[in-house]
Each structure stands twice: as C-alpha cells, then as structure tokens.
Design a protein around this ligand. Structure first.
Ligand code: FES
Ligand SMILES: [Fe+2]
Length: 330
C-alpha cells in the first residue's frame, strides 16, 4: 500500500469527463468504483461489484428519480442502488440498509478528488481552481492506464533528460537546457528550454499542425506532489496550462490523463485547442510506450546532469507525508 501513498489526494476526474447519468468505472488503490453524475450535477461513487452476484455496476445504467438525482442499476438482475448503496428488493416496497459503502469524494468546483477512504495526510492542491478561474477549459485527453507503478510513472514525468529520446518523434527536440529548480517541499518549479530541429516547409504544408510547434519549447513545470504536474506553455497567440494527472489504480497500474486550459491573447488561439489536445496525447502515448519498455528494478549506475526533478520525487516519496532535507533548489 505504501507504494501508492495513502493519505494523498487523487484527482479522479473533471466533471466534464462524466456524461450525465452514464456510469463510469474508476480504479483507486486496487479497488474499482462506479462513478456517475446526475442531472443536477452531483457526483456519486459506490464500489463497482454488485453485492448480489458481483456484476460490474459501471456496465449498468442510471434511472432518474423524482428529485432529479439518479440511481445506478445493475446490468445483471437490474437491482437499483441509490447513492448510499441502498436497494429495494423485488416483492418488497421498502429500502434495505446500505449494501455498499460509498467512496468519499471531495468535490472542488469541477474537480472530483478522493483520498480513497484513507485519512488525509496532505491537502488538496487549490491550483487547479485558480487556473479554472483565469483560463478557459479546452478539454481532456489521453486518459489511459499504464502497466507501471506510481513511482516509475512520476520519475518519468520529472525526468528532464528524456525529451530527446522518448519525445524525439514529432517534436524533434535536439537538446535540453536546464535553468532552474525551485524546491518548496511538495511543491516545486522547473524551468528549461528545448530547442527543436526545424521541419521543412513541404512537411509543414503536408501537416499544418507543425506550424504551431515553436523553434524552442520553453518549459515551466509546476509540480504538486504526488498527483499533479502542470506544464505552462507560452505561445504567441496565448497561454496554455497542460495539467498532467496521476492516479494509482493498483500497485502496478497507474492512470494518467491531461486537463488542458488556455488563455487567449489573440482570438485565433481558440481555433487551435484541438491541435494542442492532440500534441498532449502524443506526449502521453510516447511516455506510456517507453514505460512499457524499461526494467524498473534495474540499479541505476549512471547519473546524468539535471536529474534534480527525479531526486525531488524520490525524496518526497520516501518521506511522505513529511518533507525531508535536503532542499534541492538550484
Ligand atoms: S448481480 Fe447485480 S443484481 Fe444480480
Ligand atoms: Fe514524457
């Protein structure tokens, strides 16, 4: 369990990722849950195994009640469960006691967080709400589960040297120029530039998205250990906040997805939202690909420059929920 950092908050979804009255399966700490959003925008979560004969409630459907809230219906024998896990058995007209224990959610605006039933040991970051107040929401993308443990996933995200290997395709990054790391415990910032090799004009006309790739990608990563990394991108037409989310689904399976926010300096910026979502998806797919091709338990005999982000992850991981020395700012 320790390898999944119990006591940390995890962002299970943005409300837009749930269609009204459509159940969805979410996994956390090795357990599956059914999440559903009713017509009044409220989110409910129950364990996903039906207490009758174990069918997945997430494969069922919802029924709207007179007050606008909804119940989830099991696809096997159609037992109906309300948000508290109560049901009405056939031939009876009275509600049972709760048969399922709801998963406790912490809803902050459109963000659905949970401690997975563990005692909170670190606060829910408020940064996403601040971003949502100043940016418009472009959308979500790249929601996928990767067969890797949480630590390996986080190390990849805070590895500033993998850009010219893992992300060489499409972005053609030639170099990583590291500038600064600000260590503030479970919060940190990293600044680095990534020059890219130019595409030929014919290639750009064949794939017009390439016109949006800058000749140098200026990266500012804002990190909130352990669940969130925000890539702040500054473009001539506007600003983007690409939020990478991590959820420990099980010991060796970690989910990741992107929530993308933008701030237009020029009205044309809004036309490119779907292109930026596409770039984000490419990044996540490239990361997932390399994570499937490494031996995670290999002793590290070689250390490169600028592995400070990974040192920060390892230090916070080992001492969680406490923040240990040394401070890694440089
Ligand atoms: S398994 Fe769910 S109602 Fe029978
Ligand atoms: Fe990556």
């Amino acid at each position: 369990m320790q390898s999944m950092l119990p006591g940390a908050p995890w962002l299970l979804a943005h409300k837009s990722m749930l269609a009204v009255n459509r159940p969805r399966k979410i996994s956390l700490f090795g357990d599956d849950y059914v999440l559903w959003k009713d017509a009044i925008g409220e989110i409910h979560a129950l364990p996903n195994a039906c207490p009758h004969m174990g069918a997945m409630l997430s494969e069922g459907w919802c029924e709207v009640q007179s007050d606008g809230a909804s119940t989830v219906i099991c696809p096997f024998h159609a037992l109906k469960f309300d948000r508290e896990g109560r049901t009405v058995l056939p031939g009876s007209n009275k509600q049972t006691l709760p048969q399922l224990k709801p998963l406790k959610l912490e809803i902050q605006g459109d963000f659905i967080w949970s401690y997975g039933g563990y005692e909170p040991k670190s606060p829910i970051p408020t940064v996403l709400n601040a971003i949502a107040n100043h940016y418009y929401f472009i959308g979500h993308t790249a929601d996928r589960s990767v067969e890797t443990d949480l630590l390996t996933m986080l190390l990849n995200m805070h590895d500033y040297n993998h850009q010219n290997g893992t992300h060489r395709d499409l972005f053609k990054i030639t170099d990583v120029e590291f500038h600064q790391f600000i260590d503030d415990g479970h919060h940190s910032h990293a600044f680095y530039d990534m020059p890219t090799a130019p595409y030929r004009l014919v290639e750009k006309f064949r794939k017009p998205d390439l016109f949006l790739l800058p000749s140098t990608i200026r990266a500012h990563l804002e990190n909130h250990f352990p669940s969130l990394v925000i890539f702040h991108g500054e473009m001539p037409l506007g600003k983007a906040a690409q939020c990478h989310i991590f959820v420990p689904e099980a010991k060796n399976r970690t989910r990741t997805y992107i929530l993308l926010f933008g701030q237009a300096k020029h009205p044309a910026f809004k036309m490119f939202g779907s292109t930026y979502l596409k770039f984000g998806k490419v990044v996540v797919d490239q990361d997932a690909d390399i994570l499937g091709k490494i031996y995670p338990d290999t002793p590290q005999k070689i250390k490169l420059n600028n592995e400070v982000g990974m040192d920060w992850v390892r230090r916070n991981f080992e001492s969680f929920p406490h923040v240990a020395e040394p401070n890694l700012s440089r």
